[in-house]
Design a protein around this ligand. Structure first.
Ligand code: ASP
Ligand code: MG
Length: 412
């Protein structure tokens, strides 16, 4: 017996007709002999609506009740999908998270899955059930309260089920037909990738490519779950979509697999801070407590015992960052001359496991940007990623130039 996990995102179950279409896909896999675990999202727009109701009712809401409300969208689609499959004479039933049970931490609103006991569902498969339809995004805490896994969390539900049930594959049906070398909306030469390595996908997801929840990619990488991203709106073939897999399963690769960007970044610089042990902790401690997601960090060379510290964060966290830093200064925990904020920057990154073996990727990137007259403000690198901060108005130009420079319109 082989188990396949199929996950349908909000647009793929947006109404009763689309649920019927998705059910037909499931039927194809059942006919091939798989037992199928279907993970469903809420209908498109439903979760946003539920979140809105919560905020309208109680701006400083109790997170346990937020989860009680926002998890409900998935219950509806799970039941409807099971009904549809039954109408097609496929033995199916729905499961809410707590019924499985999907056991999570009690971090309401962003709980983590701790365990998924498989007995209940396996027993039903043993009794002839062919499809278990599971409500994504939700679980149950040790206290017995309903939890949710954070926005986009049903991707993580799907991967966690694939790992727990040792599924042959985890197919993620969405409204795009795969993972692209860059965003096709800003670069018309963007190309769909047939395969991408877990680590590359992880970088792209955390850089803001919205196809998969970052956490789901981490989980897939840890448990080596073969993940396929594909569209539920196009004809299905065995080669459809993008396979997210181990790098050993990728034969040839370009040095760079993709170009990612994040439009709404800010760059903040503290000038004239003392260069002494503990200074970075004194600056970034309060920022982290204030919930500021600091990304790039650069410390300048020091002169006369003083240095400048530059970091980037999302644009909508600037106020929070300024408040935290000014308060730390008022308390006497840190001293700086000036806090200079630049809210007009964007981050552009190139990502690829091929960088480990190809020399000169950074130089090639900087040359391509220079040729377009794009000034680089901050640079950071990791083993498989190079990111730069540039003026936001050049972002699209930079993405297109890098896509050309690394020949991403052509397969390796
Ligand atoms: N419905 C939830 C959301 O919109 C979970 C998901 O669809 O992945 O975030
Ligand atoms: Mg999603």
């Amino acid at each position: 017996m082989s188990i396949l996990v199929m996950k349908f995102g909000g647009t793929s179950v947006a109404n009763v007709d689309r649920i019927a279409r998705a059910a037909k896909r499931v039927a194809v896999e059942v006919a091939k002999g798989h037992d199928v675990i279907v993970i469903v999202s809420a209908m498109a727009g439903e979760t946003n609506k539920l979140v809105g109701w919560v905020q309208e009712t109680a701006p400083l809401y109790d997170a346990r009740e937020y989860d009680a409300v926002t998890s409900s969208g998935e219950n509806v689609t799970a039941g409807l999908m099971a009904l549809r499959l039954q109408e097609m004479d496929i033995p199916a039933r729905s499961w809410q998270g707590w019924q499985v049970p999907v056991m999570t931490t009690s971090a309401h609103g962003s709980a983590r899955i701790e365990a998924i006991p498989t007995e209940n569902i396996l027993r039903k498969f043993g009794e002839g059930m062919r499809v278990a339809v599971v409500a994504g995004f939700q679980g149950i805490s040790p206290e017995g309260r309903i939890t949710t896994l954070g926005r986009g969390g049903s991707d993580t539900t799907a991967v966690a089920f694939a790992a727990a049930f040792d599924a042959v594959r985890c197919d993620i049906y969405t409204d795009v037909d795969g993972v692209y070398t860059t965003d096709p909306r800003i670069c018309d030469k963007a190309r769909k990738l047939d395969r991408i390595a877990f680590e590359e996908m992880l970088e792209l997801a955390s850089l803001g490519a919205k196809v998969l929840q970052t956490r789901s990619v981490e989980l897939a990488m840890r448990y080596k779950v073969k993940l396929r991203v594909l569209s539920s709106f196009e004809e299905q073939t065995d080669e459809a979509g993008t396979l997210v897999c181990d790098e050993e399963d990728i034969m040839e690769s370009n040095a760079v697999a993709g170009v990612a960007y994040s439009r709404d970044e800010a760059k903040m610089t503290l000038t004239g801070v003392a260069d002494r042990p503990g200074i970075a902790a004194a600056i970034f401690g309060p920022l982290s407590e204030a919930g500021v997601n600091v990304d790039m960090i650069v410390q300048n060379i020091s002169e006369h015992g003083q240095t400048d510290m530059t970091f980037s964060c999302p644009n909508d966290q600037v106020l929070r960052a300024e408040t935290a830093l000014n308060q730390a200064q008022a308390r006497g925990d840190i001293r700086f001359e000036e806090l200079v904020t630049d809210q007009g920057v964007a981050k552009v990154s190139v990502v690829g496991i091929g960088m480990r073996s190809h020399a000169g990727v950074a130089a090639q990137m900087f040359k391509a940007l220079a040729a377009e007259g794009v000034n680089i403000k901050v640079i950071t690198t990791s083993e498989i990623k190079i990111s730069v901060l540039i003026d936001r108005k050049y972002m699209e130009l930079a993405v297109q130039a890098l896509h050309d420079a690394f020949g991403l319109d052509k397969a390796a």
